[in-house]
Design a protein around this ligand. Structure first.
Ligand code: BES
Ligand code: ZN
Length: 457
């Protein structure tokens, strides 16, 4: 049966790509209230698309953006898989760095360029298309699949946790399938067994009651921009270690086995540097680049605002300065504890004459999944069927906030099957997704349903 389904996937390749382009044209930017209607439009597009396949589907209202939930009929004796993905995207700025507009998808050299191409519309849609192909060829899926596609992943999944807890019965499943990560390298597919968590903050420093002439007043009053630079600089020491009190207390160290396995991966540091346009890599002393990116906690400034930002020079002593910063966390670190520590450290560093406000945005702990899971092993077989190569097992540095809740509330194994590439530019200008990876992802997903169904309950 699978052969016919795979043939169908090959035959419908252009049509499936057309559907992806249609979804990419909807600017579903969850962070910006100006796009609220478009976010809803993307949810409705998905709802209608899933309904056409014959699935039972609901558009569920939350306090924020809607959730799309669909399911196929139960299959007695077979496990239940829940596909999770997100239809929301990050803001597309800076717009002038895009070769083609972010919401006018363009295909160049076999890749589709658009915001959301890899993160996560293209990857998420592979599962929709594999389901469509099973239904078109076999008439039914070999196991029950539930789909939970949300619109707030890029803003911290604020409403999804409560929805999961309130609907745990309906969402009950044996494994959760997520395609929102990357392959290890072109031609080297990967299954990700660990993700970092996050704690995101906004720091506001306030000085004089309004902007001042920097010549008339400079030297006489504390400058919030100077203070911000100094305080931020003191949060990471010369060895790349974060100076928040207690920051490393709960860190679960990498095992020797993981260190050996990471070191054995075909990671090309020179190629990585040239991909990023840097001559040197940086970070915490004593750890390899992959270790630092995947399994060590960090602190990074994400945005800075203060003073004059226009053309030319304006002599001004700004009244305020703000920074957006995030800590990436590893399993067992508690985002709230990190927030407490950060507040304490910033208070220590705050110079007289400046007031401080620290706003806590989203937070989520990191995760590692057990490698022994039979579902994970079945997934490895399916990935090999789609990509013609056995996947490597990796961790990644990004975060998918709800993953912990899947494990704790649904007690399900989470399978992170990433079809993206490391240079797909998620959250950056010229985001892209290879149409070959889209196609292989659909094939792997189709094989996954068969492999998972063979695990008897
Ligand atoms: N798809 C990413 C997460 C990701 C990317 C994991 C690459 C591993 C490798 C996801 O959509 C994302 O960007 N998440 C945010 C979450 C945050 C806004 C709470 C992130 O990691 O910044
Ligand atoms: Zn993202």
């Amino acid at each position: 049966m699978l052969d016919q389904t795979l043939q169908h996937i090959d035959d419908r390749r252009r049509q499936f790509e057309g559907d992806l382009l249609a979804l990419l044209r909807i600017p579903s930017v969850s962070a910006d209230p100006a796009f609220k209607g478009d976010v809803r439009r993307a949810a409705e597009w998905l709802r209608d698309h899933l309904a056409k396949l014959g699935l039972t589907v609901h558009l569920i209202e939350t306090g924020g953006h809607p959730i799309v939930y669909a399911e196929s009929p139960p299959v007695p004796g077979a496990p239940v898989a829940l596909v999770y993905g997100h239809y929301d995207v990050q803001p597309p700025d800076p717009l002038d760095e895009w070769t083609s507009p972010p919401f006018e998808p363009e295909i160049r050299d076999g890749k589709v360029f658009a915001r959301g191409a890899t993160d996560d519309k293209g990857q998420m849609l592979t599962h929709v298309k594999s389901i469509e192909s099973w239904l078109a060829t076999a008439g039914q899926l070999p196991l029950q699949v539930k789909l939970l596609i949300e619109g707030e992943e890029e803003v911290g999944s604020e409403h999804l946790g409560a929805f999961l807890k309130e609907n745990a019965q309906q969402l009950a499943c044996d494994c959760v399938v997520i395609s929102d990560t990357s392959q290890f390298a072109p031609g080297v597919p990967a299954i990700t067994y660990g993700l970092r968590g996050i704690a995101y903050f906004e720091l506001k420093l306030l000085g004089p009651k309004q902007d001042l002439h920097s010549g008339v007043f400079g030297g006489g009053v504390a400058n919030p921009a100077n203070a911000l630079a100094k305080m931020l600089g003191a949060l990471v020491d010369a060895d790349g270690r974060v100076t928040i009190p207690g920051f490393y207390d709960d860190v679960v160290d990498l095992t020797e086995r993981e260190r050996t396995e990471f070191a054995a991966l075909p990671f090309d540091e020179e190629a990585f540097k040239s991909q990023l346009g840097v001559e040197h890599l940086a970070g915490e002393k004593g750890f390899s680049t992959l270790e630092r990116r995947w399994a060590r906690p960090t602190l990074d400034v994400n945005g800075l605002t203060s003073g004059y930002q226009g053309a030319g020079a304006k002599t001004v002593l700004p009244a305020k300065a703000t920074a957006k910063l995030s800590c990436r966390l590893v399993p067992n670190q508690d985002p709230h504890k990190i927030a407490e520590g950060l507040k304490k450290r910033l208070q220590e560093l705050l110079p007289p004459g400046i007031c401080m406000k620290l706003v806590e945005h989203h937070g989520a702990p990191g995760v590692v999944m057990p490698l022994e899971s039979p579902y994970l092993q079945a997934a490895a077989v399916a990935v090999e069927k789609g990509f013609d190569r056995r996947p490597v097992f990796i961790r990644e540095g990004g975060s998918i906030p709800i993953v912990n809740t899947f494990a704790s509330v649904l007690h399900a194994d989470v399978l992170l099957l990433g079809w993206g590439q490391n240079d797909d530019n998620p959250h950056s200008p010229n985001e892209k997704f290879s149409l070959d990876d889209f196609h292989r992802g659909i094939r792997a997903s189709a094989a996954l349903w068969q492999e998972l169904a063979a695990i008897k309950k």
